[in-house]
Design a protein. Structure first.
Length: 255
Protein backbone atom coordinates (compact mmCIF):
# COMPACT_ATOMS: atom_id res chain seq x y z
CA UNK A 1 0.00 0.00 0.00
CA UNK A 2 1.37 3.38 -0.99
CA UNK A 3 1.07 6.15 1.58
CA UNK A 4 -0.76 9.40 1.01
CA UNK A 5 2.45 11.32 1.81
CA UNK A 6 4.37 9.56 -0.97
CA UNK A 7 1.61 10.26 -3.50
CA UNK A 8 1.54 13.93 -2.44
CA UNK A 9 5.27 14.01 -3.27
CA UNK A 10 4.81 12.14 -6.57
CA UNK A 11 2.27 14.74 -7.67
CA UNK A 12 4.68 17.63 -6.96
CA UNK A 13 2.28 19.08 -4.40
CA UNK A 14 3.44 22.28 -2.76
CA UNK A 15 2.90 21.87 0.99
CA UNK A 16 2.98 24.85 3.34
CA UNK A 17 1.17 26.48 6.19
CA UNK A 18 -1.50 27.69 3.75
CA UNK A 19 -2.75 24.16 2.94
CA UNK A 20 -1.38 22.02 5.78
CA UNK A 21 -4.72 21.54 7.49
CA UNK A 22 -6.45 20.48 4.26
CA UNK A 23 -3.74 17.94 3.41
CA UNK A 24 -3.82 16.43 6.90
CA UNK A 25 -7.63 16.25 6.82
CA UNK A 26 -7.64 14.37 3.49
CA UNK A 27 -4.89 12.05 4.73
CA UNK A 28 -6.82 11.24 7.91
CA UNK A 29 -10.05 10.65 6.00
CA UNK A 30 -8.42 8.23 3.55
CA UNK A 31 -5.85 6.45 5.71
CA UNK A 32 -7.50 6.17 9.11
CA UNK A 33 -10.60 3.99 8.91
CA UNK A 34 -11.52 5.00 12.47
CA UNK A 35 -12.05 8.60 11.38
CA UNK A 36 -15.44 9.25 9.82
CA UNK A 37 -16.04 12.96 9.49
CA UNK A 38 -17.56 12.90 6.02
CA UNK A 39 -18.22 15.13 4.35
CA UNK A 40 -14.88 16.88 4.32
CA UNK A 41 -15.35 20.39 2.93
CA UNK A 42 -12.28 22.11 1.45
CA UNK A 43 -12.78 25.73 0.51
CA UNK A 44 -10.60 28.63 -0.60
CA UNK A 45 -10.10 31.16 -3.37
CA UNK A 46 -9.48 30.31 -7.00
CA UNK A 47 -5.97 29.01 -7.70
CA UNK A 48 -4.93 27.87 -4.20
CA UNK A 49 -4.73 24.19 -5.16
CA UNK A 50 -8.06 22.70 -4.07
CA UNK A 51 -8.60 20.65 -7.22
CA UNK A 52 -4.99 19.47 -7.15
CA UNK A 53 -5.53 17.97 -3.68
CA UNK A 54 -8.73 16.30 -4.89
CA UNK A 55 -6.79 14.71 -7.75
CA UNK A 56 -4.18 13.45 -5.29
CA UNK A 57 -6.98 11.87 -3.23
CA UNK A 58 -8.33 10.23 -6.38
CA UNK A 59 -4.85 8.93 -7.29
CA UNK A 60 -4.38 7.55 -3.77
CA UNK A 61 -7.55 5.50 -4.05
CA UNK A 62 -6.63 4.19 -7.52
CA UNK A 63 -3.02 3.32 -6.69
CA UNK A 64 -4.14 1.43 -3.62
CA UNK A 65 -6.32 -0.99 -5.51
CA UNK A 66 -9.72 0.63 -5.93
CA UNK A 67 -11.41 0.17 -9.29
CA UNK A 68 -11.80 3.26 -11.47
CA UNK A 69 -15.55 2.73 -11.50
CA UNK A 70 -15.69 3.00 -7.70
CA UNK A 71 -13.82 6.32 -7.57
CA UNK A 72 -16.51 8.91 -8.27
CA UNK A 73 -15.28 12.39 -9.15
CA UNK A 74 -17.58 15.11 -10.43
CA UNK A 75 -16.88 18.73 -11.17
CA UNK A 76 -20.02 20.84 -11.58
CA UNK A 77 -20.23 20.31 -15.34
CA UNK A 78 -19.89 16.54 -15.04
CA UNK A 79 -22.42 16.42 -12.19
CA UNK A 80 -24.97 18.39 -14.21
CA UNK A 81 -24.41 16.25 -17.28
CA UNK A 82 -24.92 13.03 -15.31
CA UNK A 83 -28.12 14.10 -13.57
CA UNK A 84 -29.73 16.31 -16.18
CA UNK A 85 -28.25 15.69 -19.66
CA UNK A 86 -27.76 11.93 -19.73
CA UNK A 87 -30.21 9.30 -20.93
CA UNK A 88 -33.58 9.47 -19.13
CA UNK A 89 -33.29 7.41 -15.98
CA UNK A 90 -35.23 7.31 -12.74
CA UNK A 91 -33.54 9.13 -9.86
CA UNK A 92 -33.26 5.91 -7.86
CA UNK A 93 -31.33 4.32 -10.72
CA UNK A 94 -28.98 7.28 -10.94
CA UNK A 95 -28.37 7.19 -7.20
CA UNK A 96 -27.45 3.49 -7.34
CA UNK A 97 -24.27 4.56 -9.15
CA UNK A 98 -22.98 5.76 -5.76
CA UNK A 99 -23.75 2.55 -3.82
CA UNK A 100 -20.43 0.83 -4.55
CA UNK A 101 -18.22 3.90 -4.42
CA UNK A 102 -14.91 3.74 -2.58
CA UNK A 103 -14.84 7.55 -2.46
CA UNK A 104 -17.04 10.39 -3.70
CA UNK A 105 -15.46 13.72 -4.68
CA UNK A 106 -17.59 16.73 -5.64
CA UNK A 107 -15.79 19.85 -6.86
CA UNK A 108 -17.12 23.36 -7.58
CA UNK A 109 -19.66 23.51 -4.73
CA UNK A 110 -20.05 27.28 -5.23
CA UNK A 111 -21.65 26.61 -8.64
CA UNK A 112 -24.50 24.72 -6.96
CA UNK A 113 -25.84 27.94 -5.39
CA UNK A 114 -29.50 28.73 -6.25
CA UNK A 115 -29.90 25.34 -8.01
CA UNK A 116 -32.56 23.60 -5.96
CA UNK A 117 -32.78 20.29 -7.78
CA UNK A 118 -29.00 19.98 -7.99
CA UNK A 119 -28.70 20.64 -4.27
CA UNK A 120 -31.30 17.96 -3.56
CA UNK A 121 -29.12 15.43 -5.38
CA UNK A 122 -26.05 16.53 -3.44
CA UNK A 123 -27.96 16.18 -0.18
CA UNK A 124 -29.06 12.66 -1.15
CA UNK A 125 -25.49 11.71 -2.06
CA UNK A 126 -24.10 12.98 1.24
CA UNK A 127 -26.82 11.15 3.14
CA UNK A 128 -26.04 7.94 1.24
CA UNK A 129 -22.30 8.30 1.85
CA UNK A 130 -22.85 8.64 5.59
CA UNK A 131 -25.20 5.68 5.67
CA UNK A 132 -22.76 3.45 3.73
CA UNK A 133 -19.65 4.97 5.39
CA UNK A 134 -18.21 6.11 2.06
CA UNK A 135 -15.68 8.95 2.40
CA UNK A 136 -16.83 12.09 0.59
CA UNK A 137 -14.87 15.25 -0.13
CA UNK A 138 -16.57 18.44 -1.28
CA UNK A 139 -14.68 21.51 -2.50
CA UNK A 140 -15.61 25.05 -3.47
CA UNK A 141 -14.45 28.63 -3.49
CA UNK A 142 -16.56 29.68 -0.51
CA UNK A 143 -17.77 28.26 2.75
CA UNK A 144 -21.53 27.62 2.32
CA UNK A 145 -22.24 29.80 5.37
CA UNK A 146 -21.16 32.79 3.28
CA UNK A 147 -23.84 31.83 0.73
CA UNK A 148 -26.52 30.71 3.16
CA UNK A 149 -29.29 32.48 1.25
CA UNK A 150 -28.52 30.42 -1.86
CA UNK A 151 -28.29 26.97 -0.27
CA UNK A 152 -30.89 24.55 1.02
CA UNK A 153 -30.70 24.75 4.85
CA UNK A 154 -30.68 20.94 5.07
CA UNK A 155 -27.74 20.72 2.67
CA UNK A 156 -25.95 23.50 4.51
CA UNK A 157 -26.41 21.66 7.79
CA UNK A 158 -25.26 18.34 6.33
CA UNK A 159 -22.16 19.79 4.67
CA UNK A 160 -21.17 21.64 7.81
CA UNK A 161 -21.85 18.54 9.91
CA UNK A 162 -18.54 17.09 8.79
CA UNK A 163 -15.25 18.97 8.88
CA UNK A 164 -14.56 22.26 7.04
CA UNK A 165 -11.00 23.38 6.27
CA UNK A 166 -9.85 26.52 4.51
CA UNK A 167 -6.90 26.79 2.14
CA UNK A 168 -5.41 30.25 2.42
CA UNK A 169 -3.52 32.10 -0.28
CA UNK A 170 -0.08 30.48 -0.55
CA UNK A 171 2.67 32.23 1.38
CA UNK A 172 5.73 33.69 -0.35
CA UNK A 173 7.90 30.63 0.30
CA UNK A 174 5.28 28.29 -1.19
CA UNK A 175 4.99 30.46 -4.30
CA UNK A 176 8.77 30.47 -4.73
CA UNK A 177 8.87 26.69 -4.24
CA UNK A 178 6.17 26.31 -6.89
CA UNK A 179 8.03 28.49 -9.40
CA UNK A 180 11.30 26.63 -8.68
CA UNK A 181 9.62 23.25 -9.09
CA UNK A 182 8.11 24.14 -12.47
CA UNK A 183 11.24 25.75 -13.89
CA UNK A 184 13.34 22.78 -12.80
CA UNK A 185 10.85 20.30 -14.27
CA UNK A 186 10.79 22.17 -17.58
CA UNK A 187 14.55 22.73 -17.68
CA UNK A 188 14.22 26.53 -17.68
CA UNK A 189 17.19 28.55 -16.43
CA UNK A 190 15.92 31.58 -14.53
CA UNK A 191 17.74 34.46 -12.87
CA UNK A 192 16.95 34.37 -9.10
CA UNK A 193 15.84 38.00 -9.28
CA UNK A 194 13.13 36.98 -11.72
CA UNK A 195 11.57 34.75 -9.07
CA UNK A 196 10.97 37.90 -7.00
CA UNK A 197 9.41 39.64 -10.00
CA UNK A 198 7.09 36.73 -10.73
CA UNK A 199 5.86 36.65 -7.13
CA UNK A 200 5.57 40.44 -6.96
CA UNK A 201 3.64 40.98 -10.16
CA UNK A 202 1.58 37.82 -10.61
CA UNK A 203 0.25 37.15 -7.13
CA UNK A 204 -0.72 33.92 -5.39
CA UNK A 205 -2.88 32.07 -7.93
CA UNK A 206 -1.05 28.83 -8.79
CA UNK A 207 -2.82 28.59 -12.14
CA UNK A 208 -1.63 32.05 -13.15
CA UNK A 209 1.90 31.27 -11.95
CA UNK A 210 1.89 28.08 -14.01
CA UNK A 211 0.82 30.11 -17.04
CA UNK A 212 3.76 32.48 -16.45
CA UNK A 213 6.22 29.57 -16.42
CA UNK A 214 4.63 28.23 -19.60
CA UNK A 215 5.37 31.61 -21.20
CA UNK A 216 8.99 31.29 -20.06
CA UNK A 217 9.15 27.82 -21.61
CA UNK A 218 7.83 29.08 -24.95
CA UNK A 219 10.26 32.01 -24.94
CA UNK A 220 13.27 29.78 -24.22
CA UNK A 221 12.16 27.33 -26.93
CA UNK A 222 11.98 30.14 -29.48
CA UNK A 223 15.31 31.61 -28.37
CA UNK A 224 17.58 28.56 -28.08
CA UNK A 225 17.30 28.05 -24.32
CA UNK A 226 18.14 31.61 -23.33
CA UNK A 227 18.30 32.40 -19.61
CA UNK A 228 15.20 34.21 -18.31
CA UNK A 229 16.74 37.42 -17.01
CA UNK A 230 15.38 40.96 -16.63
CA UNK A 231 15.64 41.68 -20.34
CA UNK A 232 13.80 38.48 -21.28
CA UNK A 233 11.17 39.09 -18.62
CA UNK A 234 10.49 42.62 -19.89
CA UNK A 235 10.23 41.37 -23.48
CA UNK A 236 7.75 38.65 -22.54
CA UNK A 237 5.48 40.76 -20.35
CA UNK A 238 5.96 44.31 -21.57
CA UNK A 239 2.24 44.74 -22.31
CA UNK A 240 0.89 42.95 -19.23
CA UNK A 241 2.68 44.07 -16.07
CA UNK A 242 0.43 47.07 -15.42
CA UNK A 243 -2.68 44.94 -15.79
CA UNK A 244 -1.42 42.48 -13.18
CA UNK A 245 -0.45 45.33 -10.86
CA UNK A 246 -4.02 46.61 -11.01
CA UNK A 247 -5.46 43.11 -10.53
CA UNK A 248 -3.25 42.31 -7.54
CA UNK A 249 -4.01 45.68 -5.97
CA UNK A 250 -7.74 44.90 -6.18
CA UNK A 251 -7.10 41.51 -4.54
CA UNK A 252 -5.04 43.00 -1.73
CA UNK A 253 -1.75 41.61 -3.06
CA UNK A 254 1.44 43.68 -2.65
CA UNK A 255 2.54 45.40 -5.85
Amino acid sequence: MKSFDSIIADYNTICGEFNHEAIIAVKCLLEDCKINFSPLLIYGNVGVGKTHILKVAKAYMKINGNEDSSIIYFDFRGFSKYFFDSQPMHTDQKMKYFDNASIIILDDLHHYAHRCRTQDYVLDIISKSRELKIPIIVAGNNHPYTMANSFNPSLLSRVCGGVSVNIDAPDIKSRVDFVNMLTKTKGIIIDPKIEEKVIKYFGSDFSILQGIINRFELFTTLNDGVVIDNLAFDLIFKDEINHFKILNSSLGEPV
